[in-house]
Structure formats: C-alpha cells, structure tokens
Design a protein around this ligand. Sequence first.
Ligand SMILES: [Zn+2]
Length: 489
Amino acid sequence: MLKTIIYARYSSDKQNEQSIEGQIHECEQFAKTHDMVIIKHYIDRALSGKTDDRPSFLQMIKDSSSGLFDAILVYKTDRFARNRYDSAVYKAKLKKNGIKIFYAKENIPDGPEGIILESMLEGFAEYYSAELSQKVKRGIKENIRKGLSFGGACPFGYKIVNKKYVIDDEQAPYVKKIFEDYAKGRRAIDIFNELNTLPNYAGKGRKWNRSSLNRMLTNKKYIGIYELEDVCVKDAIPSIIDEALFNKVQSRILFNRRHTTRAKVNYLLSGKLFCGLCEHSMTGKTGTSKTKVKYHYYVCSNRHCKQKKYRKELLEDIIIQYTVKDILNPKHFKMIAKKCLEIQQADNKINDILLMLKKQLTATKTKINNLMNAIEAGIITTSTKDRLEQLEQEKYKLELEISTQQLNSNRLLSEKQIIYMLNVFYNKRVDVSFYNQIIDCFIYKIYIYSDKICIVYNLNNSDKDVTYSDINELYKSSHLNSCGSPYDL
Ligand SMILES: [Zn+2]
C-alpha cells in the first residue's frame, strides 16, 4: 500500500473549475483502484488568482522529506504547479525524497512530449543548482583544508580552539574505547547506556541514544578526514582512531543494518503499468520464497484476474532496454529536441500571466494615486489609511510575482541544451539508479498481456490519450510485440 497524501487547489476567479470536494472525490476514487491509502489532505483555497499563495503546497514539499508518505495524488496536472518551470523544480525535489506524483484525471496539456520537455528542464534545474554549489564548495574546501570549524556541534572527543579542532584529552580515550567495544561486538544499547552513566558526557543535558552513537561511529573526523557535502580532505584534523579500527566498525554497522532494516523498495513502474487482461493497474508486492529470500513482483491489483506476477528487476530491465532501443537513441535526439522546442514556442501561458499581472499592477497604482489625492484633499480617516497600506502591500506582491514570472519566461531551453540533456540520459542508461528518470521521462503507459508487452512512449502525434481499446485494436491488426508511438520514428 502506498502511503499517499492528496493535494487540492482551488482559485475562485476561474470558472468551471472543479471544487475542492470534487477534486478530493476524484482522487479518492483513483486511490481505491491503485493500492493507495490516503493519510492526509493538503488544501489551498486561493482567494484570488492575483498572487500565487500556496501555503499548503509549500508545507507539503517541506513534509516530503520526513518519510511519512510515499506518493502525492492530485486531480490534474495543472493543480500541481502553475507553470512548467515551477513544476520541474518541485518535481526534482520530490524525486530526491523518493516521492511519486499521480494524477487522478490525467490531462497532459501539450501532449506527452511536454513530459519529456519537463524532464529536460528538471535536468537543467539540477545542473544549475549543482554549478552554483560548486562556487560555494570552493569556499568550503578552503576552510576544510585549514581544518576550520563551521560552527555547530563539536564531535565528542574534540574541542574547538581558535576555530580549529583539537583533541580533548579527557574525552578522547572514551572515543577509542567505544570504537573498540563496538568492533568487538558489544551491543549498541549497552554502549550508550554506559555513556549515559558517565558525567560530562554528551553535555548540554542530551542523552546518548542509538542514532547519536551511530553518528559517532560513522564520523570520519575521528580518522582525520574532514567531510562536508561532497568535499573531503584527508588529515585535516588530528585523528583519534586508526583506520583499521574504523573500517572494522563500518563493516559491523553495515552487517547489522542488513539484518535489521528493510530497504524501501522503489517500484519504478507503479502508476504506469497496467494489466492487459483486465485493464486494472499493476502494483508492487514483496514475497518471500521457501528459502526465506525476498522477491519483488508486479501483480495485477484485481484479485480475480488471472494475470501472472512479474519479477520487478527483470521487468524493469526489459522496459529500459526497449526504451533505449526505441526512443532514447541518439538517432532520434534531433527529432525529440524539435518536438520539445515546438511546445516551448507555443508556450504562451507565461506571457498571458505576465500581461494579466501587469494590468493588475497598473490598476493598483491608479487606486493608490486616487487615494493619495483624497488624502491631500483632506479626506483622511482610519479606514483610508488601512486601505492605503493594503494597496501598498498588494503592489509589492504583484511586483514580486512579475519578476518571478519574468525569470521563468527566460528559462527556455535551446535545441543544443535539450540534445545535451538527452545525451546525459543516454550515457546514464546503464546506471540502475537512473532508471527512474528514464522511465518517468519517456514512458507513458505499459500494458502487459500474457504473451506480449506493449509500451506507449511519450512521443505522440495526437493529444488523444492512448487507451486500452486503442491498443487492442492495434493488436488485432498486427503482430507487434512492442508497439511504440504512432509517430514515425
Ligand atoms: Zn488483471
């Protein structure tokens, strides 16, 4: 069962918009057939369409790192983000936290190619932020080389003198003992219980527990390595533990972890995989064999269906291989880039929003002027003053929104950039950790039959959704075992 939250948004100025209750109802219906359990609703009711206040949305993004939910369900794509760039940035964040997004009523405004373009934008958003942090990292590296502290808690066993880490002679022997005890096989709970009986230990009234002990045992500072983000400098700090002991402790931690915690399984195809026999979605399940080995499968969510179960890794591998052969293939890159450019050029939405915002700004400025005239004419009441403050605030918000929109409209990708991103995808095609990106970007739907798999890619000439019956029609007239898009590649 996927732990899912619903996000719904409503702006009262738009006509024919589905109400919050309606959006939630559709989402709940979707959840029923997709093996999801709804644990929370995040709702934004915008009072006007002027500015984009979305407190619940931002809260949801923040909460996504807590590990409390696995998926977000929204009514339609346009409920999630106001524009493509926004959407790309937030999706990248959610992906990092392992969260999947589902749409109850799938509508892809500019066709499946829009999804590919969005993935390219996502890639670039990541690339830019990586480049930015490069500059910050250079500064960090300088400080690390000098062994300077960045503030924050000083690890047990050290003290900070003139911003530098030096060994605390009182604490250091305990550090050594803790590492030795753990390496010898002493239980973590016994170690931290003993630590808590010693005076002046963690200090500041904090007690040692499993996670603080774990942080200590994995802290490379004890062998002199100073690490921050992905900057790492050897012999930057005086060491307390030798490397052999440290490595022994690491392998024991790894061994224990393997035997206690269950890794979260990411079913890459969930939400895109459907049963060819009964049309229901197929979801991930874990099973244990007679020899107590865990296996991961995709099974049909319809209990009465005769569909087989498919091994997760095997099926994902096959899908990736076909995708790389059929779509993510350098000879198609120019065509894909062209398609992305076309959508981008037709993307007048940002300009429309800008125009509307500018109109609103002019109107607000006029109102302020009128009010100022009234004040000069001597008509001053408390309510006039309140109104003026309110208008000034509105003006500020509008100006802010205009500059944000202007920034976004400049972030269009060139053909070269799109091809560059496609190459990044292509080069990472053998990297299992990148499968998720490839599937998200290029695959629209997959139907599994008893004797064949049908993959529908995000490249299509029509805006029409490809349905179960379309594919069945196609099969009646041909003997394809993998049907790509109707687009002529
Ligand atoms: Zn089925």
